[in-house]
Design a protein around this ligand. Structure first.
Ligand code: AGP
Length: 606
């Protein structure tokens, strides 16, 4: 939820730190700060709001020092203001932190009793004074080890020391942290994205490890303070993905990229010569898997729900799904013949990572469906299925959602085929239809103008409903989430058949209701539900698939018809208008589309 950067160099660092912080703002943007070391002093500057505020409020060009740390914050403890912004410093130590220190109150009282003065409301400040206290009696590595052992909870840390002006300490437990290697300088960052403009040579710290970063040397230690050797990875440069190009927002670009990203995903997994889905190196025998549990958060959870329908239909396996923050505290019964699938765009979501950790500790089969293959969830799963969407910068997930459900659909098809639940010719036909999907998405993206006009009605309403049955129900949830997180309007996704059990009471004259009713096997039932809301005054936006001539019904406010395809693939097409509806609604309101309020791209705290 926060972004960390540190640079140890043979030249001034403030400009590069600021540039990296701007790349990290997708992780949090309540406040920002930077601390450099020069002439035996800690130079700390920080302010509420975006990194631009920091630049406007301080003369950063003259912020001297060849070593420094920076931070963009998503508040967990303490309101977003300059006092609670990171870095937090004592007389000789300065710290930036991503995570939550769960025993901060106890430690704070202990340190106050030792004479330490606290300025902020944050948990992070405890770390500063704890290290300061240990440095009175211990050398650096020992002081760090003692401090980390006393902290409960999660952290990624960057720490500088007034009396050691040639090094930065980094430490990781539960929140991602990477080291980057440059010419006559080395870096510390929350993820590779923050470091990519300076280097593609990266080392990821594992939980419990810490490191000492100098301009010409990096040393890694395990949780016992013993030196360890770590691999240096060379990451592919996909700088193009980090540029909006001609688009006004990353989200707009990422919506329009979907034909390409779906085509890439299909190419990665489907062998067009043999018309076969290749899940390379699948480490388990299909006969050893009799149930699958899919776990995720937010949009990734909607992907799990979508997959549940496909897996049930295509594999005849027992399929369970769960929201990661629920799963991690549930009394789970683990079965050896279960496969646990963790869906996460960032691969760093704390709740999903915690759920994975529980499954690993119970020796379960674990598979990650992620967009960031160097991420913690990917690294700690037995098997990884990348979605190949390229970096998704917009906080609201669009191309990654379609990428997730594509990979999950192909996995369901493959497992169904291996379990002989799908006849060979049916399997081949589905693969053929799947390969036509990018073209259908392309066509669906063209319904632009209608949606811009429609979005005004949603903006004027006090709330809206998104209804769907069967395959359309997960898409109704996803569409409602998009509208909520982008335009801050209440929107509720609901199973169409459930409206009569209570929520119908919400419907009043002029209330906008999206009804997802493609001409699949649920069509007639959903149209009946649609009539129920129209009869009570709702303004229905019907999203269906191209009609074969029959008129659906009068009294519908607006209709959008997506291309026809096999029922399995209609959810991909239904999603597109809903992404655009949320986008245009937020655009009309003038909200920050790529960084909506209170949110962050990767929720690395619970
Ligand atoms: C999606 O639009 C949201 N930004 C959010 O729900 C997101 O899907 C969720 O936080 C999970 O993130 P992940 O896929 O990186 O794990």
């Amino acid at each position: 939820m926060c972004g960390i950067i540190g640079i140890s160099s043979n030249k001034p660092v403030s400009a590069n730190i600021i540039n990296s912080l701007k790349k990290l703002e997708y992780r949090g943007y309540d406040s920002a700060g930077i601390a450099t070391l020069s002439d035996g002093e800690i130079n700390e500057v920080k302010s509420e709001g975006r990194v631009d505020n920091l630049e406007n409020n301080f003369d950063l060009k003259n912020l001297r020092g060849n070593i420094g740390i920076g931070h963009v914050r998503w508040a967990t403890h303490g309101v977003p203001n300059s006092l609670n912004a990171h870095p937090h410093s004592s007389s000789n130590v300065s710290v930036v932190h991503n995570g939550i220190i769960e025993n901060s109150t106890i430690l704070k009282n202990h340190l106050i009793n030792k004479g330490h003065n606290f300025k902020s409301q944050t948990d992070t400040e405890v770390i500063v004074h704890l290290i300061t206290e240990h440095l009175k009696t211990s050398k650096l590595e020992e002081a760090i080890t003692k401090t980390l052992n006393q902290l409960h909870g999660s952290f990624a840390l960057g720490i500088v020391f007034k009396d050691m002006p040639d090094l930065i300490v980094g430490a990781r437990r539960g929140s991602p942290l990477a080291v980057g290697y440059g010419p006559n300088e080395n870096y510390l960052g929350s993820d590779s994205y923050a470091l990519k403009s300076m280097t593609n040579k990266i080392t990821y710290l594992d939980d419990g490890e810490f490191c000492i970063v100098k301009k010409d040397q990096v040393i890694f230690f395990n949780e016992n303070g013993k030196k360890v050797n770590k691999k240096i990875l060379e990451l592919s440069s996909d700088e193009a993905s980090y540029d909006k190009g001609d688009f006004k927002h990353f989200m707009a670009k990422e919506i329009e990229e979907q034909p390409t990203t779906i085509k890439t995903g299909i190419k990665e997994y489907i062998d067009s010569v043999n018309k076969e889905i290749n899940i390379f190196n699948f480490p388990w025998k299909i006969k050893d898997i009799n149930s699958i549990t899919l776990i995720g958060c937010g949009t990734a959870y909607h992907s799990c729900l979508m997959a549940k329908y496909w897996f049930e239909e295509l594999t005849n396996l027992d399929i369970n799904i769960d929201i990661a923050s629920e799963f991690r505290y549930r009394k789970n019964r683990f079965k050896k013949d279960s496969l646990y699938v963790f869906v996460s765009q960032s691969g760093e979501t704390a709740d999903t990572y915690a759920a994975l950790d529980i499954c690993n500790k119970n020796s379960m089969k674990t598979c990650a469906v992620v967009n960031v293959i160097e991420s913690s969830i990917a690294r700690d799963s037995n098997f990884v299925l990348p979605i190949h969407c390229g970096p998704e910068i917009g906080v609201a997930s669009t191309k990654a959602f379609l990428g997730q459900i594509l990979v999950l659909y192909m996995l369901a098809l493959k497992i169904g085929s291996l379990r002989n639940e799908i006849e060979k010719n049916k399997y081949q036909e589905k693969i053929k239809e799947l390969k036509a999907l990018p073209g259908l998405i392309e066509k669906t993206l063209l319904y632009d103008n209608d949606i811009q006009a429609i979005s005004n009605t949603f903006n004027e309403a006090k709330g809206s409903m998104f209804l769907g049955r069967g395959y359309s129900y997960p898409i109704a949830l996803e569409g409602a989430l998009k509208l909520k997180e982008l335009s801050y309007i209440h929107a509720e996704g609901y199973p169409a058949g459930e409206m009569k059990h209570g929520p119908l009471a919400l419907i009043e004259e002029g209330m906008p209701v999206v009804v997802l009713a493609p001409r699949d096997k649920y069509y007639k039932k959903t149209i009946s539900n649609m009539q129920e809301v129209i009869a009570r005054g709702a303004k229905v936006l019907l999203i269906t698939s191209k009609s074969k001539g029959e008129v659906i019904s009068e009294n519908i406010w607006e209709t959008i018809e997506v291309e026809n395809t096999n029922d399995d693939l209609l959810p991909f097409l239904l999603t597109i208008p809903l992404q655009k509806l949320a986008y245009y609604s937020a655009l009309k309101k003038g909200y920050d589309i790529d960084k909506p309020r209170n949110l962050a791209k990767s929720v690395t705290v619970e």
